[in-house]
Write a protein that binds this ligand. Sequence first.
Ligand SMILES: Nc1ncnc2c1ncn2[C@@H]1O[C@H](COP(=O)(O)OP(=O)(O)OP(=O)(O)O)[C@@H](O)[C@H]1O
Length: 290
Amino acid sequence: MISIQNVSTAFGEHRAVDDVSLEIPTGSIQGIIGFSGAGKSTLLRNVNLLLRPSAGRVVVDGTDLTALSPNGLREARRGIGMVFQHFNLVHNLTAAQNVALALKFAGVDRRARQARALEALEIVGLADHAGRYPAELSGGQAQRVAIARALSTRPSVLLCDEPTSAVDPRTTATVLQHLVDINRDLGITTVIVTHEMNVIRAVADDVAVMEDGSVVERFALADLERADFAPRTGIGRYLLEDEIALERPPLRGAAGAPDGDRADSGTTPGNAPGTTSTPGDVREAVVAGV
Ligand SMILES: Nc1ncnc2c1ncn2[C@@H]1O[C@H](COP(=O)(O)OP(=O)(O)OP(=O)(O)O)[C@@H](O)[C@H]1O
């Protein structure tokens, strides 16, 4: 169980997260959705205290993380895996070495690391890619290695920050299937932050909609099937629709259409696939204990 209690996080005058309370039952998948800047990533980073909240408490499986000493927090973070949008793999280490690095930080004995790393790669179906470097992996494979890394310390909680935003739609399905299988097989409480409606529809048990730092709506995904269910927010209503109907004017340059570049009317823009990380990304992964 993750219990987020009256959590606020301010950057200067700006409250990126504003008095959020959220209870996430053990073993469930909680989706957190909202437009860019709503405060989703900040809230997720508040859960493992990668970003310490300015106010409020975060209790994970009965332990108040906000009350722990630095050593206690380091220990508690071993039970919380984290997956990042851009994978944050170390580019000059193989897939197995990337996973083993997390185990090293977790204090696992050197002799046990190799077997544990392979075991984690097995879970995401990539044991046969153990010797490959990040540049030799597709975006989806790189994210699966990152998931294996997050799982290697056998956490009870998995935090995923836009886990599919940097991969193509087909790969998205594979990555999400792994996350669902891991959740159902291992009972790991999973939190997925995304701006992609289809991700929420595919995996979430419960949905929290964020706007301007607040959770403005919560419902179970199953509620969307109820005839009398009426979401209050625009995002909730989008989720209710099977398809988002877009106006599709003719392509520019076609007969009868105006000249110029066609604007992208997609509702779920993502970033280009990539497998490399900046030093800052890697540092963040290390601090998170993954
Ligand atoms: N380190 C920081 N310093 C200052 N402001 C920040 C910092 N991190 C986030 N913010 C601000 O806090 C607000 C919430 O950001 P956050 O990244 O949590 O939103 P988000 O919903 O995850 O958006 P996105 O989907 O674009 O990642 C934004 O206004 C952002 O500019």
